[in-house]
Design a protein around this ligand. Structure first.
Ligand code: PYC
Length: 309
């Protein structure tokens, strides 16, 4: 019987499952190389941890690793129902709260290595964290594509630790009762954008007016495995902040309040990196521990590797 120890949390409704013991030994070296090894040789472990029957499509896994630099707090590889993610903002907030729950970090700023670069997590208290993400930037502005069954859609392609297509002026209603339609529309948009552009866009974001007037905008974010983000999406909000900065609509010192489809909120700030139009986004949110568990994986279980799409 294989045993995998995990700690589950949610950040603004979006779950994270941190693997704290029982994961594969990926040796040392840069997190990008370890993530490639994980992707190529341990896909059944990924699927076992996050897919049904032990997980669900919405769950994001976080394999806790030793950092390459011993001065850093941790290394992490994020993964979901279909593969490995570059970065994950809600997951980094969940990871920091998990490390605090384990007594491994206290309030202060901690560096976490990810496959796409080091980020910092500033732990304010047991739940509240500010992530300073990897440099984020807009690659293409006002890209227009014809989307089957939807019509012409215009948006920006931007990097926030993952690649995003950020749709301008959606007519769709952004509420949880409309998730089926939003998923269908954004999936079609993703297909059309990927047929037209070389950047492998993996997430699609729609924006609309906030429900709570204290916020600036509401979003719907489609993730690569067709699940939607219950949080405002840390990397998606980073991509949004980069676009707002590029348009002169957000400057250092301003706070952007991004509301998710479920009503949870991330606060975003920008700091120019001095490298082209890139910014270092700051994403603040809260996470709560939901479970400490041991996953049991018996060799006789026909679904021990999870249900893979
Ligand atoms: O918060 O960056 C994020 C994220 C990516 C996928 C799901 N959440």
């Amino acid at each position: 019987m294989e045993r995998i120890r995990v700690i589950d949390s949610h950040t603004g409704g979006e779950p994270t499952r941190v693997v704290i013991a029982g994961g594969p030994d990926l040796l040392g070296g840069p997190l990008a190389a370890r993530a490639a090894l994980f992707r190529d040789q341990y896909d059944t472990f990924r699927s076992c941890v996050v897919n049904e029957p032990r997980g669900s499509d919405v769950l994001v896994g976080a394999l806790l690793c030793q950092p390459e630099n011993p001065a850093h707090a941790a290394g992490v590889i994020f993964f979901n129902n279909v593969g490995v993610l570059g970065m994950c903002g809600h997951g980094t907030i969940g990871l920091a709260v998990t490390l605090a729950h384990m007594g491994l970090i206290g309030p202060g700023t901690h560096t976490v290595e990810t496959p796409v670069g080091a980020v910092t997590a500033q732990l304010h208290d047991a739940h509240r964290v500010t992530v300073t993400n990897v440099p984020s930037y807009r690659k293409h502005a006002n890209v227009s594509v014809e989307v089957e069954g939807v019509g012409r859609v215009t948006g920006d392609i931007a990097w926030g630790g993952n690649w995003f297509f950020l749709v301008k002026d959606t007519r769709e209603e952004l509420h949880v009762g409309n998730v089926e339609r939003l998923t269908d529309v954004t999936w079609r948009i993703r297909k059309a954008v990927n047929a037209a552009f070389p950047e492998p866009v993996d997430h699609v974001e729609l924006f609309g007016p906030p429900v709570d007037p204290a916020n600036h905008s509401r979003n719907f974010v489609l993730c690569p495995g067709k699940a939607y983000d219950r949080s405002p999406c840390g990397t998606g909000t980073s991509a949004k902040l980069a676009c707002l900065f590029a348009d002169g609509k957000l400057k250092p010192g301003d706070v952007w309040r991004q509301e998710s489809i479920t009503g949870s909120v991330f606060e975003g700030t920008v700091e120019p990196t001095g490298d082209g139009g890139a910014v270092a986004p700051g994403i603040t949110g809260t996470a709560y521990i939901t479970a400490e568990a041991t996953l049991l994986v018996g060799s006789e279980d026909p679904l021990k590797d999870g249900i893979r799409g």
